[in-house]
Ligand binder design. Structure first.
Ligand SMILES: CCCCCCCCCCCCC[C@H](O)CC(=O)SCCNC(=O)CCNC(=O)[C@H](O)C(C)(C)COP(=O)(O)OP(=O)(O)OC[C@H]1O[C@@H](n2cnc3c(N)ncnc32)[C@H](O)[C@@H]1OP(=O)(O)O
Ligand SMILES: NC(=O)c1ccc[n+]([C@@H]2O[C@H](COP(=O)([O-])OP(=O)(O)OC[C@H]3O[C@@H](n4cnc5c(N)ncnc54)[C@H](O)[C@@H]3O)[C@@H](O)[C@H]2O)c1
Length: 719
């Protein structure tokens, strides 16, 4: 796992050989330890170069090993042996030096990077800290403030920035390995002590305590309950206040605590789940490995509203040329101005030129003749969408892929009006579409493997985490959201306030509670949907009592709020009060409290004390229960897909792994028991009825997530 060679007479070249990212597995650590010992012992060797095979230095410790008992030589003494040796060691960094990979390089006496290389300490994103000396050596090398920033955020830096910060000594456009070998010969005989970071002091400005205290306050505020960033600050503080060995001791103690935590497990699960969802498969046997995407160079977007604009920006930023279509000149001009402004703003931030030249605007659908892929983003209205799809089917070239950004309408119904249902697929973006990382790729019953591959591949080009889902109402994300929203409304009826419910959810780690999010999105969106579904407004069945619809409990509270003209942030009033229309700071509103009190009196509801635990159990377990139903119905490939949808699309705290992972951590028997309890208390709420999959999993001893598929009663996937 590490190759040894002697080059240029006196240089030992040690190459890490563990594809694809040369992770520091037990075998690699053993290989490095043996190779370094050999080089230090061999009198013919005067200096050493460490590099990685296939243009990658090292992606860090082998994350898969964290779940297993530790074997092989530990990293810390391995790196110390390199630093303590009496021969200069040069790290030749190509590709990436991340985590333990950068820590290995920091143990070397010099670092040379290729201009395209990136370095960083992303351990915090895995719920850990750089525990092979990273928290002690990096501050000593580059100073307190920059080290704090890199370690607490996990941000990667380019070779150029690394050079500026002093992380690397040289950057080259040629082979980093060749330059390192030449450099290793040049430095023979030069004093090594100043290059041994463990012997140095951390350069500190006079206001060191303020910097550390501010960093701690900042990470606590941003972390939303995540522990690793806090531990990172504590470890870096030790690099300032303690001698190196004592600092290392502190680093190990903090790591031991994090290493065993459920947060680290959740974050490492997310790392692999994010990669797993890219490897999609369909029940037909088609999968990402055997389905070729169609080439897409020219795309079109129909409708330049909230979503269409963001989608257009995302496509242009990925280098595609885009035809943008609106109904009339006025709408078109408005859309154009917004898209141009968004692209300019973005380019300014990146110090780049906005690619406005890639755009063409029109109101004429016949101009789509040469586009490879079209994304429809018109109003959420089936009749209108069908009309658009019918036209697209006749004007676009026969092999053009037709996508819809519907939030939940039937993709098959849309496909049925075209002459190419196999080329129709859902691409469900999330607002703002150029920012949000999630894309649900909705498989219609006739969507071909090729079209799925095309949509998934396009998602990747746009930098999205794309998840294949089935064609059911609301798809996966919005379908699971309904029980969650219902429970939040029921809690208000029973005695809670919006701020109580939101407070519990924010304490759990959501960036915003459900009522704040609703205010942000606009309460009229849901109101319109409920009217169309006959849950409120003129289409309600007159036989239905006010708090019952279509055979189940219904809360008219959100409708009452809308009827008062309280549409959320845009009207300055919603579930909260804002300082002005469009204001963003939510304050609790006595009028809403009064509305809730009057409502309870009118309906004879005696309010009760509701605690955070009940809020979390009712909102989250109802959502999770629907997740089990999604799996049972074959609408998602597995729990990983559901979890990535919630982490990347709905603000589920990543350190809790997503709803299905969270359920497993809480314990499936506990989730089942609480659902059963709430179902007894609220028999008129069908979504509290525990799913049969959940029951089956519990009966079978609550197997781990990756075994859940084995317990599906109907193993036929809808995908
Ligand atoms: C009980 C008490 C014990 C107490 C103490 C225990 C102490 C333990 C001591 C440990 C010392 C700590 C050392 C160190 O500080 C810790 C670390 O280094 S953690 C790892 C840090 N590194 C990362 O986070 C990098 C992760 N990887 C990436 O960012 C990217 O993969 C990449 C390297 C930039 C490459 O990106 P891409 O080219 O896009 O490729 P993919 O991402 O698709 O990856 C390809 C393939 O490789 C797998 N993989 C990537 N990195 C790792 C890794 N570090 N370990 C294992 N596997 C890795 C990835 O999953 C893909 O495989 P697939 O999932 O598709 O099968
Ligand atoms: N807003 C969201 O958060 C969100 C999120 C995901 C998906 N969606 C879905 O995206 C779609 C668009 O939603 P939105 O919020 O952007 O709507 P929007 O009302 O902001 O914009 C719709 C745009 O479509 C244009 N349009 C209507 N008919 C057209 C036609 N025949 N040809 C060309 N343009 C036409 C309108 O002029 C308008 O500019 C809907 O299906 C919606 O459900 C919305």
């Amino acid at each position: 796992m590490a190759r040894y060679a002697q080059v240029q007479g006196s240089v030992a070249l040690i190459t890490l050989t563990n594809p694809p990212v040369n992770a520091l597995s037990a075998a690699v650590r053993l290989g490095i330890t043996e190779a370094v010992t050999r080089a230090l012992r061999d009198p013919k060797v005067k200096s050493v170069v460490i590099c990685g095979e296939n243009g990658v230095f090292c992606g860090g410790a082998d994350i898969r090993e964290f779940a297993k008992p530790m074997t092989g030589p530990p990293l810390v003494p391995m790196i110390s042996a390199i630093e303590e040796g009496d021969k200069p060691v040069v790290a030749a960094i190509e590709g990436v030096a991340f985590g333990g990979g950068l820590e290995l390089a920091l143990g070397c006496h010099y670092r040379i990077a290729h201009s395209k290389a990136r370095v960083g300490l992303p351990e915090v994103t895995l719920g850990l800290l750089p525990a092979a000396g990273g928290t002690q050596r990096l501050p000593r090398l580059i100073g307190l403030a920059p080290a704090l920033e890199l370690i607490t955020t996990g941000r990667h830096v380019t070779a150029q920035e690394a050079l500026k910060l002093g992380i690397v000594d040289k950057v080259t456009d040629q082979s980093a390995q060749d330059l390192a070998i030449q450099f290793a010969q040049e430095v023979i005989g030069q004093p090594l002590l100043p290059r041994k970071l463990s012997t140095q002091l951390t350069p500190c400005p006079p206001d060191v305590d303020t910097i550390l205290d501010e960093a701690m306050a900042r990470v606590k505020q941003r972390a939303r309950g995540a522990m690793a960033p806090v531990a990172c600050v504590q470890a870096v503080r030790a690099a300032v206040n303690l001698p190196y060995q004592a600092g290392m001791q502190k680093e190990q103690e903090l790591m031991a605590f994090l290493f065993r935590s459920s947060q680290a497990r959740a974050l490492q699960y997310c790392f692999f789940a994010q990669r797993a969802v890219g490897k999609w498969s369909l029940s037909s046997g088609a999968h990402s490995g055997n389905s070729k995407p169609r080439p897409v160079t020219k795309a079109a977007v129909i409708g330049l509203g909230t979503m269409g604009r963001g989608i257009t920006v995302a496509l242009v930023k990925a280098g595609l040329s885009v035809v943008a279509v609106e109904t009339n000149k006025k709408q078109l001009e408005m859309g154009k101005q917004m898209v141009s402004a968004m692209l300019k703003h973005d380019a300014q931030k990146m110090n780049a030129v906005p690619r406005l030249d890639l755009l063409h605007y029109t109101t004429d659908l016949s101009e789509l003749k040469n586009t490879d892929l079209i994304i429809e983003a018109v109003f959420e209205d089936m009749a209108l969408k069908k009309e658009v799809f019918k036209k697209l089917s006749s004007v676009c070239k026969p092999d053009a892929v037709l996508c819809t950004n519907t939030s939940g309408l039937d993709v098959d119904e849309l496909a049925s009006v075209t002459k190419r249902p196999e080329l129709v697929v859902g691409m469900h973006f999330f607002a703002p579409a150029h920012v949000m990382k999630l894309l649900e790729v909705v498989r219609g019953s006739r969507s071909s493997p090729e079209v799925m591959a095309t949509a998934m591949h396009l998602g990747k080009r746009l930098g999205k985490v794309s998840v294949v889902v089935g064609n059911c109402s609301g798809f996966v994300g919005n379908r699971m959201l309904r029980p969650y929203l219902d429970q939040a409304n029921f809690l208000l009826e029973e005695g809670a306030t919006p701020e109580l419910v939101d407070g519990a959810l924010e304490e759990f780690g959501f960036p915003m509670g459900v009522f704040k999010v609703s205010d942000l999105s606009g309460l009229d969106v849901g109101w319109r949907i409920r009217k169309e579904a006959g849950l409120t407004g003129p289409n309600v069945d007159p036989k239905d009592p006010l708090r019952r619809r279509q055979g189940r409990r219904y809360s008219p509270l959100p409708d009452l709020v809308c009827e008062q003209g309280r549409l959320g942030q845009k009207s300055g009033r919603g579930w909260y009060l804002y300082d002005k229309p469009g204001g963003r700071v939510a304050t609790p509103d006595p009028d809403i409290h009064k509305l809730l009190e009057d409502y309870r009196v009118r309906h004879g509801i005696r309010p009760r004390q509701i605690g955070s635990q009940e809020v979390l159990e009712r909102c989250l377990f109802a959502l999770i229960n629907e997740g089990f139903r999604v799996l049972e119905d074959g609408m998602a490939m597995g729990p990983e897909g559901i979890d990535m949808i919630y982490v990347f699309g709905y603000g589920w705290p990543r350190h809790r792994g997503g709803p299905m992972f969270y359920a497993a951590m809480v314990g499936l028997p506990r989730v089942l028991e609480r659902l059963e309890y709430y179902q007894q208390v609220h028999p008129d709420v069908p979504h509290l009825q525990p799913s049969s999959l959940l029951r089956r999993l519990v009966v079978n001893g609550s197997p781990p997530l990756d075994k859940w598929r084995d317990f599906l009663q109907r193993p036929h996937s809808q995908l």
